[in-house]
Design a protein around this ligand. Structure first.
Ligand SMILES: [Zn+2]
Length: 381
């Protein structure tokens, strides 16, 4: 015991010194671990920062003209919003633009539809086209899904409204929602094979116009994926891919445009799933969107960097090979749908994000995805 005590007395200072050394080493390592990635991060973010600061001061235009088939505006100043979009066109190399109402619900006091857009759009023939239904047909679908009433009377009203939207001059239907997390609109859900969606497909096929649908990808029933919160979202999400395929097969002449490819909020909108669906359904098309403030999952570009002002950007670097293969193999099936709002707000713009991806594509592919597909699918003049 005494010996042990003596040893301990002797060894205590040594182990204390050792502890200090170990602590020092650990601190040094921790510092290194902190500092090194910061330095690497700084080195990596330099191109992004240059790009973003140049984007905020001097936009990077598309390398060839493109048509944006998915844009929104300030409904309190439609004329001014369209005017500001027209003024932005040269700096983006934007050739034509399609505006649409958001997918509203019945309760939304701000909801509007094609009538509000068309009179202003007519001032810009060949430049601005309009989709309709987001403010009227979509609320009818969401409401019918909620109440379970999609009977003959509801269907009759729905058809009349859809026909009126096209007669007024809309080039198709949008923005519709089958699964939509809260943003400017509340959480919305309706099965994509709901009777009113099937009816809309028939009407769209009859008139050869497209339907733009917002639907988060949910292959099977799942718990709400992180970082989404419940409320305002439901704790569980219902499978929608099989129902979406039933919509696609219901009327193969109906052109269904699945909005927001490249902005995957659930983690299931993978190039593999998109390839399978595009192979199986020739009437399926997709709008490409990237959000510089909210890159989400399965981003098509290689780098996710942090910009100097602390905002995430998933919109720099080269296009990932599996995405380039997908766009190349189905090059007649994609259009640009940036989800840009006009007038542009401050900070990184959505059109800029998708243009950085667009500029990664070979010229022949850019020509198809930029302009040719949109002109053919939407019959743009
Ligand atoms: Zn949307």
């Amino acid at each position: 015991m005494q010996l042990n005590m003596r040893i301990r007395k002797k060894t205590q200072p040594i182990s204390l010194r050792r502890s200090i050394v170990i602590l020092g080493l650990a601190l040094a390592c921790a510092l290194l671990l902190c500092v090194l990635p910061m330095q690497i991060g700084q080195a990596q973010t330099k191109p992004g920062q240059t790009q973003s600061s140049s984007a905020s001061h001097k936009p990077v235009a598309a390398l060839s003209p493109y048509i944006d088939v998915h844009t929104h505006l300030d409904e309190t100043n439609v004329g001014g919003s369209m005017q500001s979009a027209m003024e932005s066109m040269p700096s983006e190399n934007l050739a034509k633009i399609v505006f649409m109402p958001s997918p509203f619900t019945l309760a939304d006091a701000k909801r509007f539809d094609v009538e509000l857009l068309l009179s202003a759009a007519k001032k810009y023939p060949g430049k601005i086209a309009v989709l309709g239904g987001g403010g009227t047909l979509n609320p009818m679908i969401i409401e019918a899904a909620r109440t379970g009433d999609a009977g003959p009377e509801v269907q009759k009203k729905f058809r009349e409204r859809a026909e009126a939207i096209l007669a007024a001059g809309a080039v198709g239907f949008g923005e519709m929602a089958a699964e939509h997390f809260p943003s400017s609109t509340p959480y919305e859900t309706a099965p994509p094979d709901h009777p009113l969606f099937l009816l809309l497909a028939d009407i769209a096929a009859q008139h050869d116009v497209p339907i733009s649908i917002h639907m988060e990808a949910v292959p099977q029933d799942i718990d709400l994926p992180a970082p989404l919160k419940s409320p305002p979202n439901p704790p569980r999400l219902h499978a929608n891919i099989a129902a979406f395929e039933r919509l696609l097969s219901h009327n193969p002449r109906a052109k269904i445009i699945w909005a927001h490819l490249g902005w995957d909020t659930t983690g299931y909108r993978t190039p593999e799933l998109m390839r399978r669906l595009l192979e199986a359904h020739p009437n399926l098309f997709m709008e490409i969107k990237l959000d510089p403030l909210d890159p989400e999952k399965n981003a098509p570009l290689a780098e996710v960097t942090l910009l100097s002002f602390g905002l995430a950007s998933g919109v720099s670097g080269q296009i990932k090979p599996e995405w380039l293969r997908l766009l190349t193999d189905f090059q007649d099936r994609f259009v640009i749908g940036s989800d840009q709002h006009y007038p542009q707000g401050s900070g990184p713009q959505r059109w800029q994000a998708v243009v950085l991806l667009f500029n990664e594509l070979p010229p022949a592919l850019r020509q198809k995805i930029g302009t040719e597909n949109a002109i053919r699918i939407y019959h743009l003049k």
